[in-house]
Design a protein around this ligand. Structure first.
Ligand code: EPZ
Length: 421
C-alpha cells in the first residue's frame, strides 16, 4: 500500500524542472504504429502510464527500448498485430488511442472498450463515429470494439464535442486515408499540436492543428522520426499552485508559457506574483490568496486537469470561490477528502462553492485519481501537522515524474511511508 507522508507548513524554495507531457507522450507513442522504421522520442516522462503504453506496443509486436530514463527508441517494421490486450487497455484508458493507428495501418483493429474511471464514464462514441465517417465498419463483440476498413477514405468529420482523444484518434487514422479529411469542432490543446508536429515530421500532410479545424491529406506511408515531447503544462501548473498554497518562491524551469495562459491568469487573479522569462517562471506568493471563480473549459479555457489543484489552493483563500466543472461529470471526489482536512466546501451538481479557511489540518486521506492526488498533496503541504496520503493504486506516479524528490528538492517534508519504493 503506497502511502505518502507529508509534514505540512514549510514554504517551497528553489527550482524545479518540468518533465515531458504525459498527455502528449501517450498519443505520440500510439502514433508510432503508423510509421515504418525507427523512432527516437526524447523528453519522454518516466511514468507508469508511459511504461504501460510501451507494453501495449510490445503486445502489438513493436519493439521499444529505453536508452535513457527520458529517451525511447521504437522500431516498427512490417506487420503489426491488431488486437490490443484487455488487461492493459483496462489498466490505462489512453491505450485506446491505438485503435486509429492500427486500423489505418492494418485495415482491422480489435481493442477492448475502455472502462470508465473515478471522474466519469469516459465513453468513446465520438472516436467511433469519426472512424465510421472515414469508412470503417464498427461493431462491439464481448467487450471489444472491432473496426474494419480495407482502406480508409477522407471525409468531413464534425465532432459533437471537442474531445481531445477523439481528435487524436481521427487525425491519426486520417493520415493514411485516401484523399482529404476535414475535422471540425476539434480540441485545440497543445498536445494535439505536438502530435500533429510528430506526424508531419513522419510525412503526414496536416494543417490547422491547434485551431477549430484540422485538414489532412492522406499519404501512402509514414516514416520513423526523431521528436522531443513538449513540457507538461499540467505538471508545471501543479507546482505553481503548490507554491501559491504553501508560500515561498520557486523557479519553474522548462515550461511553454503560451501553453498555460489560462492557468497563469488565474494564479495572478489569486494575487500570486509571476515573473516569466523565456521558458522559466518565477512564482512568488506574497500575501493572502484571493478567492476567485473558475469554469473548466476545452483549451484555451481553464483546463479540467488543474481543477483539483485549484480546489486545494482556494480552500485557503480569503473569501468564497466558485468552481464549475464542465468537462467531466464526476470530478469533485477530492472535495470529500479536503473536507476531512478542514476545508469548507459545498457541492451543488457540477459547481463547488469553496469558502476559504485560515488553515487546513492533517488527516488520513485517499487518492481517487491522478489529479485528485495532486490536489491532496497541495493541501497536505499547506496543512498543519503530518498528513498520510493513501495512494493505494499508485495514481500519482502515473502522471508526475519523480514528484517526491522534486518536492523534497523544494524543501518539502515528504516521503513514502515505511521507505516503500
Ligand atoms: C484527455 O482525456 C486527457 N488524457 C485527460 O487528462 C483530460 O482531462 C481530457 O483530455 C480533457 O482535457 C489524455 O490525454 C491521455 P476528452 P480524454 O475526450 O481524451 C466526453 C489526466 O489527468 N467524451 O476530451 O479522454 C468525456 O466523457 C487526464 O491527465 C464523450 O462523450 O478526454 C468527457 O466528458 C484525465 N465521448 C469530455 O468528452 C467521446 O467519445 C472530454 O473528454 C470522448 C469524450
Amino acid at each position: 500500500m503506497r502511502k505518502i507522508v507529508i509534514e505540512g507548513g514549510s514554504p517551497l524554495k528553489g527550482e524545479v524542472t518540468i518533465s515531458g507531457s504525459k498527455n502528449s507522450a501517450l498519443p505520440i507513442l500510439a502514433a508510432t504504429i503508423l510509421t515504418e522504421g525507427e523512432n527516437t522520442l526524447t523528453c519522454v516522462p518516466n511514468l507508469t502510464d508511459v511504461i504501460t503504453m510501451l507494453k501495449v506496443l510490445r503486445s502489438l509486436g513493436i519493439r521499444s527500448e529505453y536508452c535513457h530514463p527520458n529517451r525511447v527508441k521504437i522500431w516498427v517494421n512490417g506487420k503489426v498485430r491488431h488486437v490490443a490486450p484487455y488487461q492493459l487497455v483496462t489498466q490505462m484508458r489512453a491505450s485506446f488511442f491505438v485503435i486509429g493507428p492500427i486500423l489505418a495501418r492494418a485495415g482491422f483493429a480489435k481493442v477492448p472498450l475502455p472502462g470508465g474511471c473515478a471522474i466519469g464514464s469516459r465513453p468513446v462514441d465520438i472516436h467511433l463515429k469519426g472512424l465510421e465517417k472515414l469508412g470503417a465498419r464498427v461493431r462491439m463483440e464481448h467487450g471489444f470494439v472491432i473496426v474494419e476498413a480495407p482502406r480508409l477514405r477522407g471525409n468531413l468529420v464534425h465532432l459533437d464535442f471537442p474531445s481531445v482523444g477523439a481528435t487524436e484518434t481521427i487525425m491519426m487514422a486520417a493520415t493514411l486515408a485516401e484523399g482529404k479529411t476535414s475535422i471540425t469542432n476539434v480540441a485545440c490543446e497543445p498536445e494535439i499540436v505536438d502530435l500533429a508536429d510528430f506526424l508531419i515530421k513522419a510525412g503526414a500532410k496536416i494543417s490547422g492543428a491547434g485551431t477549430e479545424k484540422i485538414s489532412i491529406e492522406g499519404v501512402k506511408k509514414l516514416k520513423g522520426v526523431d521528436h522531443a515531447i513538449i513540457p507538461d503544462r499540467i505538471e508545471a501548473g501543479t507546482y505553481m499552485a503548490a507554491t501559491a498554497a504553501v508560500g515561498g518562491e520557486v523557479l519553474i524551469k522548462n515550461i511553454v508559457p503560451e501553453h498555460m495562459e489560462s492557468i497563469l491568469l488565474k494564479l495572478k487573479e489569486c494575487g500570486v506574483k509571476i515573473e516569466i522569462s523565456g521558458n522559466e517562471a518565477r512564482i512568488i506568493k506574497n500575501g493572502n490568496i484571493k478567492a476567485i471563480d473558475i469554469q473548466t473549459q476545452p483549451h484555451p479555457g481553464f483546463p479540467t486537469d488543474m481543477q483539483p489543484q485549484f480546489s486545494a489552493l482556494l480552500a485557503l483563500a480569503s473569501g468564497t470561490s466558485v468552481i464549475r466543472e464542465t468537462i467531466f461529470e464526476n470530478r469533485f471526489i477530492h472535495l470529500n477528502e479536503l473536507k476531512r482536512m478542514g476545508a469548507d466546501v459545498k457541492l451543488e451538481g457540477r459547481t463547488a462553492i469553496i469558502k476559504g479557511v485560515k488553515h487546513l489540518s492533517s488527516a488520513p486521506v485517499v487518492v481517487t485519481d491522478l489529479r485528485a492526488g495532486a490536489g491532496l498533496i497541495i493541501a497536505a503541504l499547506a496543512a498543519k501537522g503530518e498528513t498520510m496520503i493513501d495512494d493505494r493504486e499508485s495514481q500519482i506516479e502515473r502522471g508526475y515524474e519523480n514528484i517526491i524528490s522534486k518536492l523534497e528538492g523544494l524543501g518539502a517534508h515528504i516521503s513514502l511511508a515505511g521507505g516503500q519504493k
